[in-house]
Design a protein around this ligand. Structure first.
Ligand SMILES: Cc1cc2nc3c(=O)[nH]c(=O)nc-3n(C[C@H](O)[C@H](O)[C@H](O)COP(=O)(O)OP(=O)(O)OC[C@H]3O[C@@H](n4cnc5c(N)ncnc54)[C@H](O)[C@@H]3O)c2cc1C
Ligand code: SF4
Length: 522
């Protein structure tokens, strides 16, 4: 059987680990590790775990989907991108009652799989790279066109062109082509044996094989979430690892350097050779094409036989060139109903966008366009896009979910809600930094804009509600494990903070009743 856990919802209580210990395991205080592909003999226990989870975070192929059905439009739907967003949209279309023809086009030859374990359990060897196939693939009654990239879009005639020369007609199209890893910028150096990235199953399988062979030293270039997770997996395996980060601390780009310093401490304590404020200037081979050493911008030379470039990502938009859509480096721009904009900024009514490739307006953050690479966003947006593809005008929903993210590294579950990069100040509100169990609230212009938890994920929803209600910053409420240093508001030290304005609050819980409401005078 197959399962996946929505770790943004998971609060780390461990009921699943109690009900099905062979499948679910707690790592450190709150981080949940699980086997996405447990044997069928585990089915009963897993079903019990699904039922026991208080926040319904576990989706298994045995679990029923209780969504309401919506009547509406019928025609031919084509989804390009057969991964989390594409598959979730297909699933939502069917569970909302869409029974027309549905085609899912993917360039990878595999059944859709989850990328989250690729930088975690797959690298430590506790999950096979082939064992992360999504549970929601069965019974979709969709035509899969796998292993065939889309190379063009003819909007006038409503056709997707495939690399094999075929054309697929649609009445409504969903673009869910995600992103790919930013490669190491020097092509010759990137081609050295031992230099790689982690985005897909093949990358992770190759990296796992090399880690299992016991390299002398691993170099991780970039200490964002993926780089930090790879370093964490190396330390779990007892391997020497150097992390080189151009910025002042790990995670500084996402959380700011103030929290980044806590992440740096985590890395030092785990035995990572962390070098911040330095760049990798060159990767060199041994003459036979194998990676041997790295030269750093401070003059240091490292002997390494494995290098993982964790430099961020590029949106997969090249196939949309000439389509007339507003598609570029930052993704495909769409409205809050997931409808794509054309280059003039006019909204289309037959092309929708979801997941990592989408760039969407966020009312909470002054209607700025956000592009986020978060599992939870791909799910939320895919469900909204699917609904809107078949719903009539007034019944359409808006994608108003706050971005939520988690990362599992060094035995700690780091989670965030909102957009920390829209803040300029941060304050520890609960828990203890020394124990590495705390909540940090972020704010700007007197309004709370985000919260980050380290092993304190149960509070995330509470802070999410405060952010939606434009709660004041610094926070004024009293909480149970209030941090003694709470009154100390610090600069968040976000490298390029985005502006944010308190113009709206969000109301409602379900997508059908979620609304943005303007704050008078906001
Ligand atoms: C290693 C790793 C670890 C992660 N860990 C976390 C985590 O801990 N927490 C978290 O919140 N998020 C995490 N994420 C992010 C999360 O996995 C993504 O947000 C999610 O995969 C986005 O789904 P998507 O469907 O939008 O895009 P993708 O998963 O990128 O899928 C897009 C699909 O479209 C295909 N495609 C691209 N171009 C074409 C084309 N022209 N024709 C046909 N098909 C095409 C791609 O090959 C791919 O299969 C992680 C991501 C990675 C890579
Ligand atoms: S919240 Fe659910 S998935 Fe997370 S540990 Fe608890 S029971 Fe398991």
């Amino acid at each position: 059987m197959k399962l996946v856990v929505d770790l943004t919802r998971c609060q780390g209580y461990g009921q699943c680990a109690y009900a099905a210990p062979e499948t679910f395991r707690m790592h450190g205080g709150e981080a949940l590790m699980y086997d996405p592909n447990p044997g069928d003999e585990q089915r009963d226990k897993v079903v019990r775990a699904v039922a026991a989870c208080p926040v319904r975070a576990i989706v298994a192929d045995a679990a029923a989907d209780g969504r309401a059905r919506a009547d509406g439009w019928s025609g031919r739907i084509v989804i390009v991108g057969a991964s989390l967003a594409g598959l979730r949209a297909a699933n939502a279309l069917r569970s909302e009652g869409f029974d027309g023809p549905l085609t899912i086009i993917g360039d990878e030859p595999y059944e859709p799989y989850d990328r989250v374990p690729l930088s975690k359990q797959v690298l430590t060897g506790s999950v096979s790279p082939m064992g992360t196939v999504f549970p929601f693939t069965g019974g979709l009654d969709a035509e899969p066109v796998l292993g065939h990239p889309a190379v063009g879009l003819d909007r006038r005639n409503r056709r997707v062109r495939l690399a094999n020369g075929e054309q697929v007609e649609y009445d409504r199209l969903l673009i869910a082509t995600g992103a790919r890893a930013e490669p190491w910028p020097d092509a010759q150096e990137a081609a050295l044996d031992g230099v790689g990235t982690v985005r897909g199953r093949n990358d992770a399988a190759q990296l796992r094989e090399r880690l299992a062979a016991g390299p002398g030293r691993v170099l991780v270039i970039g200490a964002g979430f993926i780089g930090s997770e790879v370093a964490s997996a190396c330390r779990d395996l007892g391997l020497p690892v150097t992390v080189v980060e151009r910025g002042p601390t790990p995670l500084a780009g996402a959380l700011g350097a103030t929290l980044g310093r806590i992440a740096a401490r985590m890395q030092h304590e785990a035995g990572v050779d962390l070098r911040c404020g330095v760049a990798v200037a060159a990767l060199e081979g041994d003459g036979g094409g194998r990676l041997r050493r790295a030269r750093l911008s401070d003059g240091a030379v490292l002997d390494v036989d494995l290098a993982v470039a964790a430099l961020g990502s590029r949106r997969n938009v090249e196939w949309l060139e000439g389509s007339g859509l507003a598609a570029g480096r930052w993704g495909v721009t769409c409205d809050a109903g997931c409808r794509a904009f054309d280059v003039n900024g006019v909204v289309t009514d037959d092309v929708f966008v979801a997941g990592d490739v989408a760039r969407f307006p966020s009312p909470v953050y002054g209607y700025q366009l956000l592009a986020v690479e978060h599992w939870g966003n791909a799910i939320d947006q895919a469900e909204i896009a699917a609904h809107n593809m078949i719903a009539g005008g007034p019944d359409r929903w808006a994608h108003l979910a706050l971005p939520v993210f988690w990362s599992t590294q060094f035995g700690t579950q780091v989670k965030s809600v909102g957009v920390p990069t829209c803040a300029d100040e941060v304050v520890i509100t609960q828990g203890s930094v020394d124990d590495r169990q705390f909540v940090a609230a972020y704010g700007r212009h007197g309004r709370m804009t985000a919260a980050v938890t380290f092993d304190h994920g149960m509070w995330l929803e509470f802070y999410g509600r405060l952010i939606e209600q434009a709660a004041p910053f610094p926070p004024r409420f009293a909480v149970v494990d209030q941090s003694p240093g709470r009154s100390q508001v610090l600069p968040a030290q976000i490298p390029r903070a985005r502006p944010a304005q308190a113009t709206v609050v969000l109301t409602g819980y379900q997508p059908s009743d979620r609304r943005a409401v303007l704050v008078p005078g906001g």
